[in-house]
Design a protein around this ligand. Structure first.
Ligand code: GRF
Length: 231
């Protein structure tokens, strides 16, 4: 009999993407450098063929699958196929990393408490699209990103963590397009730190959401404030 302690069971992730996959890359890197221990990405699934994120996954030796939404006549049919594809990998968590589709009730309820998303704003501010434009137009003083559990209300599930920065006054002297690009770059820089941190909390069983009781626990303590991971 081996005297070694049994190896901790690997946590399994499925990552859903639609595009360039820079957040996916941050998680791949976090697993590779041990920041996110005992974790494997079982598959990366894209709703769009040939996107950069698929190439990143393949380069890291991760199984890739494409489920092209244009091949389905309705959202419901697509999500039923997506649920089946995800279930084949028996993931502990489903990580939405720039997956640009609104999920149906069927998907959300099947994986309630297991699906997390990153959103480029300080939720509950600026749900939906065009968050950087909204920050510019409303002259917000702070901006950032949020990682949250996915629930039926868009961008409204319990917040796992946030990272923020002060928007400099000088930003509002730029043209709208330049300002948006600058905000986008700064938010993405924070996203690439925040998402691996939050994934690490989840797979390390430090952070847990009980959907039935709607209780969010961090290190066994009930929390009602998002955890700030400001950098
Ligand atoms: C991120 O900014 C994320 O907040 C949003 O989509 C973007 C995805 O970027 N949901 P990438 O594909 O990870 O580079």
């Amino acid at each position: 009999m081996s005297s070694q302690a049994p190896r901790q069971q690997q946590k399994r992730l499925v990552v859903l993407i639609s595009g360039s996959g820079t957040n996916l890359q941050a998680i791949i890197d976090g697993i590779a450098d041990g920041t996110i221990p005992n974790t494997t990405i079982s598959a990366v699934i894209s709703n769009r063929p040939h996107v950069g994120g698929l190439a990143r996954a393949a380069a890291a030796g991760i199984k890739t699958e494409t489920l092209d939404h244009t091949q389905y006549h309705c959202r419901e049919a697509y999500d039923r196929a997506l649920v089946k594809m995800v279930q084949q990998h028996q993931p502990d968590y489903i990580i939405l990393a720039g997956f640009m589709r609104i999920l149906t009730q069927h998907f959300i309820e099947t994986f309630l408490g297991k699906t997390v998303n990153i959103h480029p704003s300080l939720l509950p501010n600026h749900k939906g699209l065009h968050t950087h434009r909204a920050v510019y137009q409303q002259r917000d003083q702070k901006h950032g990103c949020s990682v949250h559990f996915v629930t039926l209300d868009l961008d409204s599930g319990p917040i796992i963590g946030q990272a923020s920065f002060d928007v400099q006054d000088t930003l509002f002297h730029l043209s709208e397009n330049d300002a948006i690009e600058s905000l986008r770059r700064e938010v993405q820089r924070l996203e690439h730190q925040l998402y691996p941190t939050c994934v690490q909390w989840l797979v390390g069983d430090r952070l847990y959401w009980d959907p039935e009781k709607n209780r969010l626990l961090f290190d066994g303590q009930l929390i009602d404030q998002p955890i700030s991971a400001s950098h």
